[in-house]
Design a protein around this ligand. Sequence first.
Ligand SMILES: Cc1ncc(COP(=O)(O)O)c(C=O)c1O
Length: 372
Amino acid sequence: MNEMNSSAGLVPLTRGIPPIETIPSAALADCARELLAKDAGRLFQYAALGGNKGDALLREQLGRQHSCDPEGIFVGNGSLQVLDLLCAELRPNGDFEVVVESPTYDRALGIFRRHGATLLGVPVQPDGMDIEQLEALLTRHRPTLIYTIADFQNPSGVTLSTAKRHRLLALAREHDMIVVEDLPYRALRYHGRSPPSLADLADGARVIGLCSLSKTLSPGLRIGYAMTDAATARSLAHRAENTYLCASPLCQGIAARALSQGLMDVSLAQTRQTLAARHDAAWRVAHRLLGDALMARPDGGYFMSALLPCAFSETQLITRASDRGVALTPGSHFFPPDRVPAQHFFLRIPFQSLGADRLALALEAVVDATGA
Ligand SMILES: Cc1ncc(COP(=O)(O)O)c(C=O)c1O
């Protein structure tokens, strides 16, 4: 069990924290030692200011990995902070309407809210956002941006199909909306082939990629980045300088060295192997216990999810689950307020940290707690 996630010994069906065995800590420590032996003076100083988008070697490595121009990459302290800066950058003076998947990542919802956004939720289907509902919504609203986690979505585990990616981008072009594609789980595919990214298919639509090393190398390094055009990246850099001066040179230096030495590829291969086994075992258990309530088989990432009929309020259910030994995240937190499912509990299942036996006990306890 991840102790950070456990409260009083409960089985945690809460946060999506990387299992410690998937973080290449010893190799990263070696990188840090080698780096400090030759460059400590620079790494313990502020980075140069004046539109600094982040460590040059790191941006070069990230550009190679994503086949994009390093000039368009801005590196911040984790991708959530980059999303926060992006909102400040893109928010219009008037109404700020944001299309989100419903459900979506709760912390992203919090950021949009803090920027005064009106949240326009579009339901998620087993193959991603319901494009018909998006189309209908666009007859009544003029959103600035669409936020999507197109691969192995947090919290549902769903991946947007290629056909829907094309339709989403066509709507973005037609309605002049910016697509923010949050990609932290895209590299964690355990089966099958990935659809092209939205940025790859953009064809004139404005797509800004958000990515992170939190799930592929180390969350403690706090490296997140935007992939956009050079002018926007520069503007984000100025905003960052006016807020916190610079992201940590030491952490960026370690990440740059790890990537240039190929550590990320090795680590990713091991992570995929470990989590593929966990995913498969979790799917068998979840399918047996939850059946049709499951949203989709994810084939990657950290999460599965289910919509469970529930006779109790969410607060009551969480207490009942806790009495039965399971800690739950309130499912309603993943939805815009007007989209919270009635008489159901939305269950996110972070399978990345749990063995099949404990997961089975936890899911049995949750089903029992729903009163079904
Ligand atoms: C969709 C999504 N975006 C962003 C993040 C946070 O990434 P970071 O650690 O880079 O801030 C997470 C982490 O759970 C996530 O699921």
